[in-house]
Ligand binder design. Structure first.
Ligand code: ADP
Length: 396
């Protein structure tokens, strides 16, 4: 039986793809097509021949997927030879409806379309990817894997906002949480590394990439998470503010005459590290800090302080914690973020080992051997998780 899944992550002007062996996680090829429908379209494809690039204009998502298929034909590996088992699609928002991956049919497309008001930036692009792939791979099962699904186990007291109850009933206003595919993957890996059954361990997971969030995972189930109805709430991110007094919106509207869209854009694209220090890339921020830039230093401190607050809060939610797990670009690579965020938490049984933390070994353990709480650095692999979940579903 073949175990290959084509994983597609369609954004508004980009399409990422990976061809994954779902059993081993090996990515036999991957690619990125950017600036779809804009000038300066660009495609990168990595396969057995190494990396190839193409700068033909790409008018639509359909053209983008055709370009990906062409790249497979020209540079390999051959999709015909591999006999794909399924196409797996990342879908950002599954609302309260989807707690698991789902086989895509017309009804599913209609349901995801109904959820567009909850994720106006993401779901339309994900749907476009689905429609195009169904046209170009009509004989393959297609599976939607939702970023929100893992958090459908949140208890009502964690997902309910203290607002008029009809807002939830009529408009779906509640916390959903995101990065669920990453949490699902990383939680499984953490249990393995602890040599324990996932059902027995309590974890605080910190996904720190361009978008950042935290989750409290109890026995493999998400019981708290920092992103809310949208991916804006919670930790400080590259360009997003995270937590903010909701009254700031009214203040900006009244005092500056800003429109709702302007406020939304400022909080999503011009805030976070970028808003504080003019730079959203963490490596660049570190360089600025190194040169004595005070704004970059403050941005770093605000970022780490927010993480520490969430670690404390989720410790209280879980009662006991077996491990704190750092993942995604910053979580994996910034020893300073790990050290600063966890500094002063020794009374909670959290003790980083400075040598291990500076250069984590393959087991990812960066805490001392006698610490009550293990601190782990684990690379996430959302594509593999999507491939695995898609294959499990189509195999039944
Ligand atoms: P995404 O959320 O888009 O998947 P990533 O998980 O790749 O993002 O994380 C991107 C972030 O990780 C960027 O801010 C980048 O600067 C940061 N990053 C990547 N490598 C390093 C590194 N060696 N040190 C510090 N930060 C890093």
């Amino acid at each position: 039986m073949n175990d290959y899944v084509l994983v597609i992550n369609a954004g508004s002007s980009s399409l990422k793809y990976s061809l994954i062996h779902a059993e081993s996680g090996e990515a036999v090829a991957d690619g990125l097509i950017e600036r779809i429908g804009e000038s300066g379209g660009h495609q990168t494809h990595r396969g057995p021949d190494g990396e190839t690039e193409n700068s033909d204009a790409i008018a639509s998502h359909e053209d983008a997927l055709r370009a990906a298929i062409d790249a497979f034909e020209t540079h390999g590996p051959s999709l015909d030879d591999l006999e794909l088992a399924a196409v797996g699609h990342r879908v950002v928002h599954g609302g309260s409806k989807f707690a698991k991956p789902v086989l895509i049919d017309d009804a599913l497309v209609a349901e995801v379309t109904e959820l567009v008001p909850l994720a106006p930036l993401h779901n339309p692009a994900n749907l476009e990817g689905i429609k195009v792939a169904r046209r170009l791979f009509p004989d393959l099962p297609q599976v939607a894997v939702f970023d929100t699904a893992f958090h459908q186990t949140l208890p009502p007291h964690a997902y309910t906002y203290a607002v008029p109850s009809e807002w939830l009933e009529e408009h779906g206003i509640r916390r959903y949480g995101f990065h669920g595919t990453s949490y699902s993957f990383v939680a499984g890996q953490a249990a393995q590394r602890l040599g324990r059954d996932l059902a027995e361990v309590n974890l605080i997971v910190l996904h720190l990439g361009n978008g950042c969030s935290a989750a409290a995972v109890q026995g493999g189930r998400s019981v708290e998470t920092s992103m809310g109805m949208t991916p804006l709430e919670g930790l400080v991110m590259g360009t997003r503010s995270g937590d903010l007094d909701p009254a700031v919106h009214g203040h900006l509207a009244r005092e500056l005459g800003w429109s709702i869209d302007e406020i939304d854009k400022a909080l999503n694209s011009k805030s976070g590290l970028k808003g504080l220090a003019g730079e959203n890339d963490f490596r660049e921020l570190s360089r600025l800090r190194g040169s004595g830039d005070a704004k970059a230093q403050l941005a770093f401190e605000v970022y780490c302080h927010r993480i520490k607050k969430y670690v404390g809060a989720y410790y209280a939610v879980l009662g006991t914690v077996d491990a704190i797990v750092f993942t995604a670009g910053v979580g994996q690579h910034s020893a300073e973020v790990r050290a600063t965020s966890l500094q002063g938490l020794e009374r909670l049984g959290i003790h980083l080992d400075p040598v291990r933390n500076a250069d984590p070994a393959d087991d990812g353990l960066v805490s001392t051997d006698d610490a009550d709480v293990a601190v782990l650095v684990i690379p996430t692999n959302e594509e593999w998780e999507i491939a695995r979940q898609a294959l499990d579903l189509v195999r039944g």
